[in-house]
Ligand binder design. Sequence first.
Ligand code: IVH
Length: 660
Amino acid sequence: MNKSDAQKRSEELSKLLNEYSYQYYVLDNPEISDYDFDMFMQELKDLEEQFPELITPASPTQRVGGMALNKFEKVNHAVQMLSLQDVFSFEQVESFVQKCHDELTDAEFSVEPKIDGLSVSLEYENGIFTRGSTRGDGFVGEDVTANLRTIRSIPLKIDNAPEFLEVRGEVYMPQESFFSLVEQQELKGDVLFKNPRNAAAGSLRQKDSKITAKRRLDIFIFNVQQVNGRSYDTHTQSLDDLKAMGFKVLPSYKICREASEIKAEIDRIGNERAKFGFDIDGVVIKVNRLSQRDIMGSTSKTPKWAVAYKYPPEEKETKLLDIEVNVGRTGAITPVAVFEPILLAGTSVSRAVLHNQDFIDEKDIRIGDIIVVRKAGEIIPEVLRSVSHEECSFKFNLPALCPVCGTPSVRDDGESVLRCPNVACPAQLLKNMIHFASKNAMDIDGLGEANMKLFVESGMVKSPADLYILKKEQIIALERFGEKSAQNLIDAIEASKRNEADRLIFGLGIRNIGQKAATLLCEKFGGIDELLTAGKDEISSIEGFGDVMADSVFNALRESHTIELIRRLKEYGVNMSYSKKTVGDSRFSGLTFVLTGTLPTMKRDEAKALIERFGGKVSGSVSKKTSFLVAGEEAGSKLVKAQELGIEILTEDELLEKTK
Ligand code: IVH
């Protein structure tokens, strides 16, 4: 085929594939089979391989992810990406509606589901998707174009588009994608995402867009930020137009006038949310006429023409059928409630944590009771209370012996958790082994839960050290393994010997010592040998380490089984040192930070440990003495106060930048 024919055919194929993607991903109504789709895609790929000059950023082949980035570029938002004022009762919605009616003539509202994901902006020049970015602090976000391109419902090219268009939408992970992702993570022994929103945020902020491409994210568009060459009178009109352009717009937006109509819509959405297949965390009520929005105005963070009504966390009653006893990696013996399955936040649940015996006693929860279970966005639901004891109800007591190995359980001073003290307890061994090999610890590929179970149950592996003397023939003898997979595993185990020592410390599974703490220990002492001889005071002098953590490390390293394990690992060639040891860097010394809102990737504790590592202090409240406020999504009163006091506000990225 010559170049001009190839160009013609590639344009035809792009058009076809875009149309089919639209039917499949936006309308959910595919007109051709997956097979035919793949065939057209392959044909386009072949053409582009032959004539690379035909590849454009808007080509349907560009959705699979490309080269990994070192960092995300900053994007200044031309139109601030405002946040929303939350309200938690219908009375508050009523007073918002009343205020609008007082100030506006004939006010009408758009009532929409509030999608629980993360906000992004998409820019189109002459119909071509040119840039996409995260919200960041509303003024400056990050360029995540490559990642957004992998979302199939985002059009890469729009026909009949205005010359410039910026839209805003919510990227989310459908519940189905989330559950299959967590299932895979469980199998691999990876750390699990807590909920679809975290999973969506983690996936969108991947430097490697190939990973994002595998995460099956989706988007709902909910606003026009800027448009040149077209104008709208109302917000709903603009949404209708976006829909016509091929965007996947919010699943519903209803025009309401009176508070009673709004209430009916809030109830409808609330009743149907379980069937949506994606998480929502409320309903947004917005003044619909754009000219009227200007009359209402905005504060520095939120518009005065909209509010977000947040549903209370879903609670349901069910019957407590049994209490099972689980033995964790650290030997913690925890009660788990097993109840008649109920649908909560869109998924069927039948188990929930009961924490410990004190919790059960204080709430007088008995097997057979009618209980109330709640799920507030987390995967693991919890039992809130018992509503009533039934005739057949009976009290439950955690067993005095470990249900797995029969060793008498112990309760440490001042702790409410019961523990199995037997380090060789099979329940602990398997979980410890899974933890040892997991992604954030020794990162041994191919040793997830299922395979580790085989090794432990066959008796081949009784300690992490045993992994390093496994022979290929022994592995091949197990079902599931062949010549190649056994060799791959041997190679992965071998490679793990070269890990930095912080992975090993984390992998040892010392109580209270997470990943960050393991790194801090290495940074202070440089490796395991030095740590073995460190005094308790030296350990507790690490910023962010309390006595409990210091005691935990100090005592664990004096237990004979840990000493023996380290001795063997050393003998087999596992690296015991840490090359990234930094000299005391106290660049934040004298500075006080306050954390607020949900940071995109870091947990509060992580951000705190990071600040403290560089000598900074973290305080719980904003005052004149605060040097920086680190603000994430849905930052509330602390942000307002910091702005009033003129305190510098940092995003997570800006904080990270300061530690580079
Ligand atoms: S409107 C100026 N509408 O909620 C208007 N936001 O808590 C700003 N969100 O950051 C937002 N669904 O990411 C709007 N239907 C919807 C929404 C929505 C989800 C998110 C949005 C925003 C956050 C505020």
